[in-house]
Design a protein. Structure first.
Ligand SMILES: CC(=O)N[C@@H]([C@@H](O)[C@H](O)[C@H](O)CO)[C@@H](O)CC(=O)C(=O)O
Length: 220
């Protein structure tokens, strides 16, 4: 996504009354350091200065593995509307530093690696946004309740269930198109094909994953 496209989308979000905006790193021409990425986020934010801004850290997709904690460092001085980060990386030390930095600034840190949410909860994240919650949302809610009630045994058991489902899906090949087909299988609502270059997922693959999800949720 170019800076001009991002700014246009930010202006559009403001014009339709959105509650906030979120920016991922550009992934074709990549920022060479955290300062460059912070400047990019600042320029996008300037197109919608009244909207809360979140940095969406998604290194697996963008290929930009800069530490999110470095991006956050001092960002409030450049972007007054900055409100937090969605962290979809697996580096729990970097995540922990983001949570630590956010505490005194009253920002939100949301976690996005569903198979290791528990580690992030222990570090103090404020919420979770993940693709598997499209069909396992009621289970992650149970997990959050168990965690908040101090029931470590149940929290772990539910996290292990997520791990088992996602590991199984990965052995078959798990990407956005597979996930979309799994959503169709689980919900019964046809979601349609993915956009190119993603290819449609064979129905049998999605059905096998949906069966695994069924076994997990029925076994609780
Ligand atoms: C790289 C990726 O797609 N991560 C997912 C996870 O929910 C992920 O699918 C899940 O943890 C399984 O690995 C989300 O963090 C990202 C996501 O849902 C999105 O941006 O649409």
């Amino acid at each position: 996504m170019s800076i001009k496209d991002s700014q246009e989308l930010a202006r559009h979000a403001a014009s339709i009354g959105a509650d906030g905006i979120s920016v991922i790193s550009p992934s074709y021409f990549k920022p060479i350091n955290a300062d460059a990425l912070r400047l990019f986020i600042k320029e996008v934010s300037a197109s919608a200065p009244d909207l809360p801004m979140y940095y969406y850290h998604l290194p697996g997709m963008t290929g930009v593995a800069l530490e999110a904690a470095d991006v956050l460092n001092g960002i409030e001085r450049e972007i007054p509307s900055f409100q937090g980060v969605k962290y979809s990386g697996t580096d729990l030390r970097d995540l922990g530093q983001c949570v630590c930095y956010s505490q005194s600034r009253d920002w939100s840190v949301l976690y996005g690696v569903d198979e290791q949410l528990l580690g992030a909860l222990v570090l103090g994240v404020h919420g979770a946004v993940g693709s598997t919650y499209n069909y396992l949302g009621h289970i992650v809610n149970q997990m959050l309740s168990a965690f908040n009630n101090g029931n470590h045994t149940q929290t772990r058991a539910l996290q292990f269930g997520f791990m088992e489902v996602i590991t199984f899906a990965r052995t078959l090949g798990f990407d956005v198109s597979v996930n979309k087909q799994v959503m169709s299988e689980v919900s019964g609502l046809p979601m349609g094909p993915p956009r190119l270059p993603l290819l449609p997922c064979p129905v049998s693959k999605a059905q096998a994953i949906a069966q695994k999800i069924h076994n997990f949720t029925q076994g609780l």
